[in-house]
Design a protein around this ligand. Structure first.
Ligand code: AMP
Ligand code: MG
Length: 485
């Protein structure tokens, strides 16, 4: 079984509060992620579902566990909140996997903490199922993300607009250090702990820069690159995080804090799902700008560690920030081109080609995911034409695209295979997640289990599960996704 370590709890007490998990009446295991447990090096076969449910609701502590709630601040929809922190989450401790990699193990929905403010510290079943499905799906799609180890029903109701069954998710993350953690100490002018946090973060995530004379700058660069990798990968998949507040941005570059997130069906540059994002701050295409804005908040903190904000350091960080913007555009273009089967170096007209394609998808209201898969069928033969034959606009794109992929001197078969290796068949479609949640609320988790299985092989055709592949019918389209916290 897991034996937990606690390097974060060894940091000064300003970093967290010690909290005991709340007692809950009747924990009942919904899902246990055996594959992940094994990867983390734990043998859990001998444990019963009931024992797992007791452990992964905090009713029984794992050896070594010292539960703490972490403090952090953050910019929420652009407004600074000087103290947020884990209001409904508890870090049980850290696991070191067989390769030496360290992970946090955290309960989400485990009751009140000193950071709960007016919240109850609990989580309804729906958001727990959503986070489980979507985080695991992103992992299997090949993205860096927090993962889900367990989902357990608590046996009690939580009260939102309605009374809903409660649940607890166990999340595994490279760490839970956020841009907002840096903002917390920076806003308090607690430079000593800010420095400690920087050093801890470097040691844990980027040890290769430990001895660098300009470690603050290297650290900024590492976090920036990791975020650019992550968010461009989201955008290539049509994923919208929904709440890209600075407290939801991990300095490890993992996707974290899945709230009202969703994958797009029809392509729209300005798509928003979150019911709380009234001004479309976190829309699909704005994710690029917000990434850079969030990184600028981190830069503001790091500059305090350089001679109390020297002018020179500010300029250096600003230059770095600008380069993140350029890198973002390059990286996104390169991902999009790969999805279109353009595999060699970018050429001057290539971004236009991507633009034409996306414009075509948007004006024809086509499904983002299916369109790329169908386009791949047109590399070798015309088996995908029916899908696109709507207007002459497709012909314009098609001619340019054919020319471009043909002058690569690659076999058509290889191009098609490459396209299919980055364009998934299966994504966790929002209307399917809603169906899973509805069934779960009736006590039926068979769809939840099935969907998890399908999403383990997102790039492979799985004929028997073709219903998961389809775009929603008009009446199935989910218009807004609630945070549901
Ligand atoms: P989020 O953006 O959803 O990750 O959460 C923003 C902040 O609100 C975090 O500090 C959470 O811990 C806190 N929070 C969200 N839901 C609850 C809840 N039910 N009870 C207490 N705190 C919560
Ligand atoms: Mg959060």
């Amino acid at each position: 079984m897991f034996k937990l370590d606690n390097t974060y709890a060894r940091l000064p007490q300003e970093f967290y509060a010690r909290v005991a998990p709340a007692k809950i009446p009747k924990p009942e295991l919904i899902k246990w992620n055996t594959d992940l447990a094994r990867r983390l090096g734990a043998q859990t076969e001998s444990l019963t579902d009931n024992e797992l449910a007791q452990i992964f609701t905090g009713q029984k502590l794992l050896p070594g566990s010292e539960p703490i709630a972490l403090v952090y601040a953050g910019h929420q929809f652009g407004h600074f909140v000087h103290r947020l922190g884990d209001g409904r989450a508890l870090l049980l401790g850290e696991v070191v996997d067989p390769s030496g990699q360290r992970y946090d193990m955290q309960l989400k929905g485990s009751g009140r903490t000193p950071f709960s403010r007016s919240g109850d510290g609990k989580a309804p079943l729906g958001p727990v199922l959503r986070e489980y499905l979507v985080s695991e799906a992103l992992h299997h799609l090949g993205l860096p993300t927090t993962r889900s180890l367990a989902a357990v029903k608590t046996g009690e109701m939580v009260y939102r607009e309605n009374a809903l069954p409660g649940a607890i998710l166990t999340r595994v993350a490279s760490s839970h250090i956020r841009v907002g953690t840096f903002e917390y100490f920076a806003a308090r002018q607690d430079l000593e702990n800010l420095k400690r946090l920087k050093e801890y973060s470097i040691q844990r995530h980027y040890p290769e820069i430990q001895n660098d004379s300009e470690a603050y700058l290297q650290f900024f660069r590492k976090v920036g690159y990791a975020q650019v990798e992550l968010v461009t990968a989201w955008m290539a998949l049509g994923f919208i995080h929904g709440v890209m507040n600075t407290d939801n941005m991990s300095i490890a570059g993992e996707a974290i804090d899945y709230g009202p997130c969703a994958f797009m069906d029809q392509f729209r540059f300005n798509q928003v799902f979150s019911s709380i994002d009234q001004f479309a701050r976190y829309s699909y295409s704005n994710q690029a700008r917000i990434t850079i804005w969030n990184l600028s908040r981190l830069g503001n903190c790091l500059v305090l560690l350089t001679n109390h904000g020297s002018r020179e350091a500010t300029e250096t960080l600003n230059e770095e920030l600008e380069s993140f913007g350029v890198l973002f555009e390059q990286k996104l273009a390169s991902r999009m081109l790969k999805k279109l089967g353009v595999l060699n170096d970018e050429q001057p007209q290539d971004r236009d080609l991507v633009g034409k394609w996306l414009h075509y998808l948007e004006t024809q209201q086509l499904d983002y995911t299916l369109s790329f898969r169908n386009l791949a069928n047109l590399v070798e033969n015309d088996a995908g034409f029916n899908f696109f034959e709507k207007t002459g606009a497709f012909q314009d794109f098609y001619r340019l695209w054919q020319q471009r992929i043909k002058n690569q001197n690659l076999e058509t078969r290889a191009i098609k295979e490459q396209m299919n290796s980055v364009n998934p068949v299966f994504i966790p479609r929002n209307h399917k997640i809603e169906q899973v949640i509805e069934a779960g609320l009736r006590g039926d988790f068979s769809l939840f289990h099935e969907m998890n299985e399908v999403l383990k092989k997102p790039y492979e055709e799985q004929e028997q599960f073709s219903s998961y592949k389809l775009a929603p019918r008009p009446e199935q389209v989910v218009q807004a996704t609630f945070c549901g916290t």
